[in-house]
Design a protein around this ligand. Structure first.
Ligand code: IPD
Ligand code: CA
Ligand code: CA
Length: 274
């Protein structure tokens, strides 16, 4: 535990930050001309991504100068996740940047806090609909203060799944194979454009299944929220020995408990894992 603060205090701090960053993001879209750029040639980034990242990371550094930070825009050094000695914050200032740039509402600020590689606190705040998902380890998950629970789906055929695709298009074939298998065996697909919201929507029963390959900042907070909402969280591929599963982004599968094993099997077969 950090300083003499309880995990609930840390959750309150994270929620306040996420809401302030959300306001900043909303104001930027409503009041300024959208300023965009590209990173790694293909990936869209807006001025608001960077502003919100700086706002959140500065506030954490000021409050917890000894903690580590992993944030998508200003501190994206993934090796931070392997240092288990110091508490780690994991930030996505805008999850759903493409939605943001196109004026869609599915945009979220995601803030997670981990100790020894285990996420203890997760907040995902969607500023346009005004929805805040939050969880503290062991205390359940809420949406705007009300407890949430997974859908209770019992078969893939009657399940709505979400997934996503990377910005780089050079290795899409394995993902298309998975999609092909899933679309044939489930009810339908939603491509929402924010992994954090996909997972929170599994947590509150708006979706039944989510799988993807993503980065720690996309899912760390939402994964805890789903776990605390009673969903099954894990991977359909292997997690490297010694790496914290809470932060490993390849082959993530999060779903209502009863469909987790059957979907794991569909995805493993489609991936050629067995
Ligand atoms: C993206 C979203 C999207 C997922 C991509 C992520 P960003 O995050 O979470 O749903 O499919 O893989 O990169 O770029 O909007 O922060
Ligand atoms: Ca993201
Ligand atoms: Ca982002």
């Amino acid at each position: 535990m950090s300083d003499s603060l309880s995990l609930r205090d840390i959750t309150d701090f994270a929620e306040a930050l996420a809401k302030e960053a959300g306001e900043l993001i909303r104001r930027e879209r409503e009041e300024s001309t959208l300023r965009t750029d590209y990173k790694d040639q293909t990936e869209l980034v807006t001025h608001a991504d960077v502003l919100a990242d700086e706002f959140i990371t500065n506030a954490i550094r000021e409050r917890f100068p000894n903690h580590r930070i992993l944030s998508e825009e200003t501190m994206p050094d993934l090796t931070q996740a392997e240092h288990l000695d110091t508490p780690l914050w994991i930030i996505d200032p805008i999850d759903g940047t493409v939605n943001y740039a196109y004026g869609h509402p599915q945009v979220a600020v995601s803030i997670a806090y981990a100790e020894r590689g285990q996420v203890q606190v997760g907040v995902v705040h969607a500023p346009f609909p005004g929805e805040t998902f939050r969880a503290t380890k062991g205390e359940g998950a809420t949406l705007n203060g009300q407890p949430i629970e997974h859908s209770g789906a019992t078969s893939p055929r009657q399940s709505l799944f979400a997934t996503g695709f990377p910005y780089t298009k050079d290795n899409l074939e394995p993902l298309i194979k998975r999609l092909d298998a899933m679309i044939h065996q489930c009810r339908d697909l939603r491509r929402i454009g924010s992994a954090a919201l996909d997972i929170c929507w599994v947590a509150c029963g708006r979706l039944d299944i989510y799988y993807e390959n993503v980065s720690p900042w996309d899912f760390a907070a939402a994964r805890l929220i789903a776990w605390e909402a009673g969903a099954t969280v894990g991977h359909f591929g292997d997690v490297p020995a010694g790496y914290p599963a809470d932060l490993w982004g390849r082959d993530i599968l999060i779903s209502a408990p009863e469909v987790w094993e059957p979907v794991r099997s569909i995805l493993r077969t489609a991936s050629g894992y067995e």
